[in-house]
Design a protein around this ligand. Sequence first.
Ligand code: XMP
Length: 534
Amino acid sequence: MSEVSTDAVTAAVTEARPVLVVDFGAQYAQLIARRVREASVYSEIVPHTITAAEVAAKNPVGIVLSGGPSSVYEPGSPDLDPGILQLGVPVMGICYGFQVMAKQLGGEVARTGRREYGSTPMRVVGDGGVLLAGQPDAQTTWMSHGDSVSQAPEGFDVLASTEDTPVAAFASDERQLYGVQWHPEVKHSEFGQRVLENFLHRAAGIPADWNSGSVITEQVARIREQVGSARVICGLSGGVDSAVAAAIVHEAVGDQLVCVFVDHGLLRADERRQVEEDYVAATGIRLVTVDAREQFLDALAGVTDPESKRKIIGREFIRTFEGAAEALVLEAQGAGEAVRFLVQGTLYPDVVESGGGTGTANIKSHHNVGGLPEDLEFELVEPLRALFKDEVRAIGRELGLPEAIVGRQPFPGPGLGIRIIGEVTLERLDLLREADAIVRAELTAAGLDEEIWQCPVVLLADVRSVGVQGDGRTYGHPIVLRPVSSEDAMTADWTRLPYDVLARISNRITNEVDGVNRVVLDVTSKPPGTIEWE
Ligand code: XMP
């Protein structure tokens, strides 16, 4: 058996020629990359320090320069290898990227001293060129900038302007270079997606042929090539990512794959059954369930500190999973075969945020990437490494997985263990499971699943307060509802749920769940709050 190597972790994930999204340091690059993919074109994020030679080696079909927080005049502000604009690859600059282009190509960027921020009226100049042709002359765009392009580079047409910015978009069809001052990737820009699509399909001539079906076909071929006739194991968590990753691998190598599902007792109501019955029925996957509920409860007894809980749960999980894996390895050896591969549901944001493969800053060491045990003796199969969450869901649906799993909200690995504030006991877990099931059922019944990114339900087990129910006083625990809306969990806002839905949830929980006498709503955005309480 071979060890996990850096090569395995950073290996190319697809054959598709990418549109490269150059990251100038704000949070826009991921959003741009997603919008490009929504236009059915494969995209990859690269750091702004990438050289022209490195870009050329990636053989891109187009390049998008992202926005960024700096001024092009600030000393040390992020720059771009000027050779990149000379490669003959179509480029579109956005916001800061637009200004970098203007500066490098001989235009003028002026420090106007005025900021445009938020919704800004924009006017199309002339026919709007390939980016804006056929669109309304007056549009609302989303802006966030101080400096402005005051003069387009020679040979470039001005396509749009705003009150404060004479050059709000420019183009050279001949050189296939384009730029806009606003953020087309943001939904508040009225025709934003159209502008991006015009750049991709019309200006750069890139076909719209990247979709769930093509990803599955390509990954199935790659997995077959990587795995050969060896056996593969996969840990299922009950979440979307591992479920879809396993399903693709099963599509590729069938019963060479065995899945292990550790029931640590920190799952939500009905999750185990959904995996053991519905998921298995839909996929035909071979599944081994390990019932480790008692083991986890014993290990967590008396522990209240959230970091300690996380460590204990992580440790017990790895122990249990490795135990099950070991048994499968031995069983395979008995049959004269080797288990050489481990499937992981690592997603693209995990890769980007861990700085893996792109050289971008290490924002956080994600549990899937940074936290791999060093002596792991499997090679990794990571079929979702190039994908965003919504793309993973689309693939899961294409593969026919149960909606209850594919549409599932993000759920932390340590599960309900970190949603109980205080010691974790079986009684408290059952109580929280009941409250959580009510919340999920009511949100779904109210048709709110699309609006909500996730809604942690938290038990304040260390808090009790006085209430009154029937004829008597109660001394019960509060349940916290934490509904949030988000694009990527990096930032979030609390979801404005309708009062009648909140009232129904509150009534049901206080009536049906023994030991709870209050329901409270968390109205904090992230930042400063996190999504989970812990
Ligand atoms: P926070 O609480 O940091 O959460 O705002 C951000 C997102 O990450 C999820 N989360 C986890 N996911 N393992 C996971 O797989 C974990 O240990 C973990 N902790 C938090 C959280 O639910 C939210 O979606």
